[in-house]
Ligand binder design. Structure first.
Ligand SMILES: Nc1ncnc2c1ncn2[C@@H]1O[C@H](COP(=O)(O)OP(=O)(O)OP(=O)(O)O)[C@@H](O)[C@H]1O
Ligand SMILES: [Mg+2]
Length: 260
């Protein structure tokens, strides 16, 4: 199973990774980059689940993914439901595949799941206290525990990143951290914890330009400039539909507890 994707020469691995967090102001290119990463993961056979309570581009995927209404959440309570289902999937995967020390979801040929979360801060702002607490709880479980057997790769995009939206202990658990364009200092310190801001390369405010840091990079904590691919010529929904249906019957291990 191939488990890596390329982003402007940076190799990102789904294996051993929790996911990617993308921060940037409106129009900086978060959704386009999220879409690019989604397509690359679908090519690997990934199964997509989508949270988009702003009902922007990703919301329309409900009409293109198989059983799309169950896979695209457009309200905070639907988000909480999808996260709970994912948390259950993770628990089932751990319980079913216990015993072989050190083996992971790739060894067991489990289908990777990609969880798309567009505009996380908007969802949190919209949620009532109970739902917010639920979202927070399940998302933490997924981020903290999915790495080995969960096989769940989270891509979370957010305009604002402050400690009350998503705590530093959670943001720093994302294997890959990306800031699009120029970031305010609070977002910067949350996106790149421990990095010396004075050493940070300057990024122009051009859509698609950003900084990336990945736990597997060898350069000591300094985010690197990159340019996200321009996919404006790609007919996204059609390609998503094609890739999703191609893997509907797939060669991954059969999982009786699979919910979708
Ligand atoms: N990699 C890219 N190459 C070329 N153009 C891009 C790229 N990324 C984004 N753009 C342009 O910038 C526009 C805004 O991008 P996008 O919707 O991804 O921003 P965003 O950060 O998600 O904004 P919002 O916070 O409003 O959702 C796109 O419609 C596209 O025209
Ligand atoms: Mg967007």
């Amino acid at each position: 199973m191939r488990t890596t994707i390329d982003l402007d020469g940076n190799v990102l691995s789904l294996r051993g990774s929790t996911g990617t967090i993308i921060v940037g102001k409106p129009g900086s290119g978060k959704s386009v980059l999220t879409t690019y990463l989604l397509l690359e993961i679908l090519k690997l056979g990934g199964f997509a689940l989508v949270c988009d309570t702003k009902r922007s581009d990703f919301y329309s995927l409900k009409d293109y993914l198989i059983n799309g209404n169950e896979r695209v959440a457009s309200s905070p309570s639907q988000v909480a439901k999808i996260l709970r289902q994912l948390s259950d999937l993770m628990t089932n995967r751990y319980e079913t595949h216990m015993g072989n020390w050190g083996m992971d979801w790739v060894d067991y040929n489990l289908r990777p799941v990609v969880l798309i979360f567009d505009e996380f801060s908007a969802t949190i702002a919209e949620a009532d206290k109970k739902t917010e607490a639920e979202i927070d709880k399940y998302l933490k479980q997924i981020i903290f525990k999915s790495r080995q057997m969960g096989g769940i790769y989270t891509i979370l995009a957010s305009q604002r990143l402050t400690a009350d939206v998503l705590g530093r202990n959670v943001t720093s658990e994302f294997s890959t951290r990306i800031g699009m364009n120029y970031l305010d200092s609070i977002s910067q310190s949350l996106a790149f914890p421990g990095c010396d801001t004075s050493e940070m390369p300057i990024i122009p405010n051009i859509p698609g330009y950003g900084l990336i840091y990945d736990d597997h990079f060898s350069n000591l904590g300094i985010p690197q400039p990159f340019i996200a691919p321009d996919i404006s010529q790609v007919t996204i929904p059609e390609i998503v539909k094609k890739l999703d249906s191609r893997y509907y019957v797939n060669n991954f291990a059969k999982e009786d507890y699979w919910q979708w």
